[in-house]
Structure formats: C-alpha cells, structure tokens
Ligand binder design. Sequence first.
Ligand code: NDP
Ligand code: GDR
Length: 361
Amino acid sequence: MKKTALLTGITGQDGAYLADFLLKKGYIVHGIKRRSSLFNTDRIDHLYQDPHVSQRNFVLHYGDLTDSTNLIRIIQQVQPDEIYNLAAMSHVAVSFETPEYTANADGIGTLRVLEAIRILGLEKKVRFYQASTSELYGLVQETPQKETTPFYPRSPYAVAKLYGYWITVNYREAYGLYACNGILFNHESPIRGETFVTRKITRALTRIKLGLQDCLYLGNLDALRDWGHARDYVEAQWLILQQEKPEDFVIATGVQHTVRDFVNLAGRELDISIDWRGQGVGETGTDQHGKVIVKVDPRYFRPTEVETLLGDSTKAKEKLGWEPKTSFKELVAEMVCEDLKSAERDELVKKHGFAAYDYHE
Ligand code: NDP
Ligand code: GDR
C-alpha cells in the first residue's frame, strides 16, 4: 500500500523539495496551496499532473491555515498517513509588520491542523511534522544550540512559532499523537524566496555582474547563521516521522558564517572581489574596478535581531542517521550558478528591447 502525505506550504521552498522527495519514495502527495491572483505554483510545476487524469499521485487543494473548516474537510478527504505542516508567514522581518496575521497563520494555524486531526479521530493514524525553527533560540542562551537549549524568541514570527512548537508537544503528551518538531536551522537553495538574504545576494550579484543592477542593499552584515541546503533538510523531515517514538530534533550543519562571508563567497564565484570600507550604516563593498556594489541600508535592520545561531545536530546523527551532504561552498556555488542562468535570460530579453524590470526588496 502506498503511503499518503499531506503537505501544507507545498508551494514554498521546502514544500517543493519535500514533495519531490516523497514522490520518489512512492508516496501519494497531496498539497494545500493558497488562492492567489497570479499562478503561485512555479516551484512545483514540474510535478503537476492533469486533474482530468484518474489515479494521480500528486494532488493540490485550495486552502489556508487560517481556515479550520477547510483544513478539516481536506484532511477528512485525504485521510493522510503523514502531515507535514510547512505553511507559514516565514519572513522574520515581515513578521514585525504583520504580527497578528503571523500569529494567526504560524501559531494558531498549527493548532488548527492538530485539532482537525483530533476532531476527525485520526490521532492513531496520522503522523504530524511541525516546521519549527532555530529562531526559537533567538537571543541565544547556549552555544551551540541543541534540543535542550532554552528558547528566547526575538520576533513576532519566532513567538508564533514558539506556540506552534509547544502545542505540538502538548498534543503528543495529551492525546498520544505521533507529533514531532523539526527545529531546523536556516536552509537555502536556488528556489529560496528572493527576499531572504542568501537568495537576495546571489540574485543581486549575478545581475550586477551582467549590468542589470547597480547595487545590493543589505542590513546587518555581521549576523551569523548556520546555513544548509533545503534538499538535505527535507530528508531529515521525513526521517523524523519514520522513528518508532515521536521526538523533536535539531537539524543543522554545525558550521557558522556571517552574511558578509556569504557575499564574499558569492562574489568569488563570479570573479568579483569585494573590498569592505567603513562600518555599520556607512559601510560599503567595492569591486576590483572601484565601483560601489554593496551598501548597508538601515531599512533592513530588525527591531530585535538574532545575531548568532549555530546548531548541534548530534541527536539527529545518532538516532536518524542524518547528516548534511552539501557544504556551504557547494550551496553558494549552486545558488550563484542558477541565478546567473536567470540573469542571462533577463539580459537576453533586455537586448531584444523588452523591458527587464528591476524589482528588489
Ligand atoms: P516559504 O516561505 O518558502 O514557504 C511558505 C509556504 O507557506 C508557501 O507555500 C506559502 O504559500 C505558504 N503559506 C503562507 N501562509 C499561508 C497560509 N496562511 N495558509 C496556507 N499556506 C500558507 O518557507 P520555507 O519553505 O522556507 O519554510 C517552510 C517552513 O519551515 C515554514 O514554516 C518556515 O517558517 C519553516 N522554517 C524554514 C526554515 C528555512 O530556513 N527555510 C528554517 C526553519 C523553519 P505561498 O507560496 O502562496 O506564499
Ligand atoms: P532569517 O533569514 O531571519 O534567519 O530567517 P534571512 O535570510 O531573512 O536573514 C538572515 C540574516 O541576514 C540578515 N540580513 C538580511 N536579511 C534579509 N532578509 N535581507 C537583508 O537585506 C539582510 N541584510 C542582512 C538578517 O538581519 C538576519 O540576521 C530564516 C527564515 O527562513 C525563517 O522562516 C526560518 O525560521 C529561519 O531562517 C531559520
């Protein structure tokens, strides 16, 4: 019998990698996508199957984490063996601007999925994965961070995810649900959202290289992150639900870099060497021809920042047999390579006289 998985957030970075991974494992994959005024399925279009064909193993449903009736109906219809709750308003900086919505989608949204499982009496059938985050550690209390490190969230996003974390633990303890948290550190890829810092950097530097953009504006260059590849991390998400007992796991590489390191390495991939001058708000990065191509813009500073994150995933290594496969250098190279291809496409469009708009946040 094929297993059935239901993914919230299937149109996001992790949703796309996980759907691909599960289909290759022989799962039937159902996903929840939001209604949007434009198509929002770019990342999963290669998996799309014509709804007119019977016997599909990839099915999409319209839905939203803020709508319980919709969640109950979809879960009842799909009768999944595994639910991966990946949907969230996932941008930390944006959560300061939309705190109430973030709490509703990321915090109460998690409760809605768990309650749907309980209302439908599926506690013994369904395994539930919650996309928890290293942002829970926020103002870090211990380095490196592991499963037992105390939390200190520093943004409306992290506070909402703290609720998601604990309600998952509570439903496991209260109702015997197989429910787990994956406490995942930053993970990136060529399909990372364009406003997260890594993708913003690789996209901008490739466009600067081809003369499509002048400057990359960034916030805190000294922030330290433990960056891995999304492809490796979705395997961990699956492994977490295959254990005998439900438990929570930290997933990280155990290696830390600054945002500035990321810029330098991405530059090197493009034969751009960056000379940094000044400090804080006045800081600039100049290329080897003396042109300023990076500037610090305080608009990207956060009201409360998470300065440093470094994960210890020893438990995942010992119990799941999981280890990251992609190095930091490989990750940056892959992202630069893919963004260079799309910058080259834009360059071609521009050469043929069509407008190549330059939207960047
Ligand atoms: P993305 O931002 O790429 O994807 C988020 C997904 O959630 C998208 O499919 C989005 O839909 C969907 N979504 C947002 N709001 C709602 C809502 N109200 N109802 C239904 N769907 C919604 O995030 P990632 O793939 O990077 O991350 C996946 C999960 O893991 C998130 O919960 C994130 O917070 C968490 N996480 C991510 C880490 C990372 O480094 N990537 C690290 C730790 C945790 P749409 O496409 O329409 O916007
Ligand atoms: P993060 O990722 O907040 O860690 O959350 P992001 O890439 O947004 O920021 C990482 C660090 O870079 C600094 N930074 C900038 N960030 C952005 N977005 N844009 C900038 O211009 C910029 N300049 C500097 C930030 O201040 C920060 O310190 C991600 C999300 O995927 C969350 O959903 C997830 O939970 C965590 O990773 C783990």
